[in-house]
Design a protein around this ligand. Structure first.
Ligand SMILES: [Zn+2]
Length: 463
């Protein structure tokens, strides 16, 4: 054991657990000692700390990293993430992020937050609007694009972990717009997360377009919520396209959730009548999940009213094939994600509260799709590596002490449509930077999370 401050006393000890090491893909019984928010020791010797927790019979692994979320400093959304075992969330996805990344991180550094947050700089909504490209169906002008380039570069300088594109929200975005901004990401070694266009529900064009960004700019690409894009009977084909691109040397990976119905706001260009038609979405397949019509399916009257006067109302589109969820997450470069968003209590999609417990329940204990070590790796180390977070997603001395303690036999989601924020079961403890944040279902610390600025380049830029 390491000697700390002349004494052998540790801040926190997690004893008797079964540790899962996602770097070595092994599990073994051991005790963890934490000092100053970092893992100070991992040993089979007895440890003593100011706080001691018994993890007998429990899995102990790095805190989950949700690489696709929209927490964006919303406290309740952050709490629902933490309750799932998520200790680091990545916001600013789907092309929608705060414009001023420095101000975003500064706010967390000043006030604290419930979990760690990394953030993408998003192209398709606020950034476009801020330079005057307010029509989502039209490309940005050369002047607007130059201004966007400046702002994206500034976002990276301030610590954004990547660029996010939400091409379904700005379908008029030109190739030049997408490529020039992605080139900056490539230069900084940051990933480009692409929420692909939704054109017909079964096309591969949108995926090929995303891969061509990698081919033409050298950027690494993360396809957003693969099942929401291609879970309509073409996941197999989408995986084949991704695998071919990977074998051609491109770094393509993706996140994907545990549901087939997906959520967004009714005012999005995706719900223009022609897009609805080409995607084959009927109004009756769309459920309102916020506001006065919460719980109701759309009809022509509600659709018109919400589009005209409440475009921020969230809706869920019921589509997709359940088996495709599991097929997608079996891929070695798939990462589980929530696509969570900020909702009032009782509103929203169950992904906000159930995703990660559902992932372990379905993929490991119910369906034997992944072994436990591989399931942990995809939820921890793989997103950490994707973002270049060297001190997260790993159980090793010196790493950030973001740790989850859970029962693999009982971990389960309880959230569902109509009860979207019901907390999961089977998670005993969640530690964020060495501080106990969830104690057997009770929220005990709401300020342990840190801002995660990505500063260093992650890979050498070669193209
Ligand atoms: Zn999203």
């Amino acid at each position: 054991m390491v000697v700390i401050g002349g004494e052998n006393m540790l801040d926190v000890v997690i004893a008797n657990g079964i540790l899962v090491d996602p770097e070595k893909l092994v599990r073994y019984p051991a005790n963890i000692g934490i000092v100053d928010g970092k893992i100070a020791t991992i040993t089979q010797n007895n440890l003593h700390g100011v706080q001691e927790f018994d993890a007998s019979g429990r899995i102990v692994c790095p805190g989950f990293i949700d690489i696709h979320g929209h927490v964006d400093l919303d406290e309740y959304c952050g709490e629902l993430s933490l309750r799932q075992g998520i200790t680091t969330t990545v916001g600013g996805n789907c092309g929608a992020s705060p414009l001023d990344i420095d101000a975003f991180f500064t706010l967390q550094e000043k006030n604290g937050f419930i979990i760690n947050q990394a953030e993408f700089i998003g192209h398709s909504i606020h950034l476009r609007n801020s330079v005057g490209a307010i029509d989502p169906l039209k490309p940005a002008t050369p002047e607007q694009l130059s201004r966007m380039e400046y702002l994206v570069e500034k976002g990276f300088e301030d610590g954004a972990c990547g660029l996010s594109l939400g091409l379904g929200y700005a379908p008029g975005s030109s190739n030049e717009e997408v490529l020039r901004l992605s080139r900056i990401a490539a230069r900084y070694g940051r990933i480009v997360a692409v929420d692909t266009r939704m054109l017909t529900g079964t096309d591969m064009y949108s995926l090929v377009e995303a891969i061509s960004i990698a081919r033409q700019t050298g950027a690494r690409i993360q396809i957003s919520h693969l099942v929401y894009q291609y879970g309509t009977g073409v996941v197999d084909e989408a995986l084949a396209v991704i695998n071919r691109a990977r074998s051609d040397g491109m770094d393509i990976r993706f996140d994907s959730g545990m549901y087939t119905p997906w959520a967004t706001h009714i005012g999005a260009a995706l719900f223009n009548e022609d897009y609805m038609e080409t995607n084959g979405w009927d109004l009756k397949d769309i459920l309102v999940v916020t506001g006065q019509y919460n719980g109701k399916r759309l009809n022509q009257e509600i659709y018109r009213e919400l589009r005209d006067s409440a475009p921020h109302t969230a809706v869920v589109v019921f589509t997709g094939i359940e088996e495709e969820i599991y097929l997608a997450l079996n891929h070695p470069f798939a990462m589980p994600s929530t696509d969570t968003g900020a909702y009032a209590p009782g509103e929203g999609h169950p992904q906000i509260a159930g995703s990660f417990p559902r992932y372990f329940k379905k993929m490991v204990t119910e369906r034997y799709q992944l072994n436990l070590m591989e399931a942990v790796r995809k939820a921890t180390l793989l997103p950490a590596e994707t973002l270049g977070l060297d001190c997260k997603g790993r159980l090793r001395e010196g790493m950030d002490a973001d740790v989850v303690v859970f029962d693999i036999h009982t971990i389960a989601d309880k959230a569902d449509f109509g009860l979207p924020d019901a907390p999961p079961v089977g998670i005993d403890y969640v530690f964020v930077n060495g501080r106990l944040a969830i104690d057997r279902g009770n929220l005990v610390d709401t300020h342990a999370g840190k801002a995660v600025r990505c500063i260093k380049p992650m890979y050498d830029y070669q193209i």
